[in-house]
Design a protein around this ligand. Structure first.
Ligand code: NAD
Ligand code: SER
Length: 322
């Protein structure tokens, strides 16, 4: 399979679904900086006229389970590449499992079918939620995927669909199993790892946070700048360097407990206090691995993280104060 066609060569446009969410807010900004504002069409189910993504370039109101509407946008806008971010995250998904299945699996089918018909390249993220309690503490790239959350099951299905479309139809689809993502430009969107974002907002607003997982809860985490860079690097990698992990690479940022995160914030904000008051999301967090082994991503496309716990805290507090 040849290298990705690349926008620069074809002069064609990018569509981002779920563009108003936590990742989309920053991915659209990065793609518009790289390819130009007009080359990147943002889309979402929500309509937020004042959102920076809507104000900085083209925007289409679009549901990813509306296959005909999706096809029309692809044709009308001259789309060559889709970054498919629209999804229901874990905490919302466990409350609304039918919705999570419909959006996460149904949306993936819409995007892959359009890619097959129109020859699109696709980026579709997966998650550390593909792993279940039987995965090793440091989850390898290849291991049994037995998630206990509905969200995790939709992500496993998404990876399998993506691999099928690659193998059967040659659709160039790529993905990353993102760790919990920490960022300040947009709120976190209803996931279990949201505590690692909310803690910063509460620390600055109130000097206190009630954390919904135990202090000893350890999860893979990553700063958004690393996640965006990983996404762009994976999409730029030559196709023939990628193996079957192409639909869901493990990538490592850092791994820390909620208690270690609270301590790192206290060290920068004397007087900050945190109570640990676990709710149902503890169960989802407990089902995921402590850390991931990202040696396949390192070997196949040179992944290397830049932000550890201290750098994340510094960047978050600096960004939020600005
Ligand atoms: P988010 O919840 O912040 O944003 C998702 C966006 O999708 C929202 O703006 C929402 O309005 C939109 N949306 C929902 N239903 C839609 C529909 N039917 N049609 C079109 N848009 C719809 O989520 P995010 O954190 O930006 O996550 C993006 C992707 O990354 C998801 O696939 C998610 O599973 C994955 N991911 C995120 C994280 C994380 O920590 N944020 C970690 C692992 C994987
Ligand atoms: N951060 C996401 C969540 O907690 C994991 O995919 O749902």
């Amino acid at each position: 399979m040849a290298d990705p066609p690349g926008l620069k060569k074809l002069g064609e446009r990018i569509l981002v679904t779920g563009a108003l969410g936590q990742i989309g807010t920053e991915l659209v900004e990065a793609l518009r900086a790289k390819y130009g504002p007009d080359a990147v069409v943002a889309s979402d189910l929500r309509e937020m006229p004042d959102h920076p993504v809507v104000r900085s370039g083209p925007f289409r109101h679009l549901s990813v389970i509306d296959a005909d509407g999706f096809d029309s946008v692809v044709v009308e806008e001259g789309i060559a590449v889709v970054y498919h971010l629209a999804a229901i995250l874990s905490a919302t998904g466990e409350r609304l499992p039918e919705l999570a299945e419909r959006i996460n699996v149904g949306g993936m089918v819409t995007v892959l079918e359009a890619a097959r018909k129109h020859g699109l390249r696709v980026y579709a993220p997966s998650s550390i939620a593909v792993f279940g309690p039987d995965a090793p503490d440091v989850a390898p790239q290849v291991t049994a995927l037995n998630p206990t959350t509905v969200y995790g099951r939709t992500k496993v299905t998404g990876e399998r669909l993506a691999l099928n479309y690659w193998k059967q139809y040659g659709v160039d689809v790529r993905g990353i199993r993102y760790p919990g993502l920490i960022s300040w430009k947009a709120p976190a969107g209803g996931g279990t790892t949201d505590y690692a974002v909310d803690i910063f907002h509460s620390a600055l607003a109130a000097g206190h946070f009630d954390c919904f997982v135990r202090a000893d809860t350890r999860l893979p985490m990553m700063y958004m700048d690393d996640a965006i860079r990983a996404t762009l690097e994976l999409m730029d990698a030559p196709a023939d360097s990628l193996g079957d992990a192409r639909v869901g690479y493990n990538i490592r940022g850092d791994s820390f407990t909620a208690g270690e995160l609270a301590d790192a914030i206290s060290a920068r904000m004397p007087g900050f206090t945190c109570d640990f008051v676990p709710d149902v999301r503890q169960e989802y967090a407990d089902s995921w691995p402590d850390d991931v082994d990202d040696s396949v991503a390192v070997a196949e496309w040179g992944w290397k993280a830049e932000f550890g716990l201290d750098a994340i805290c510094d960047a978050m507090l600096r960004g939020m104060k600005s």
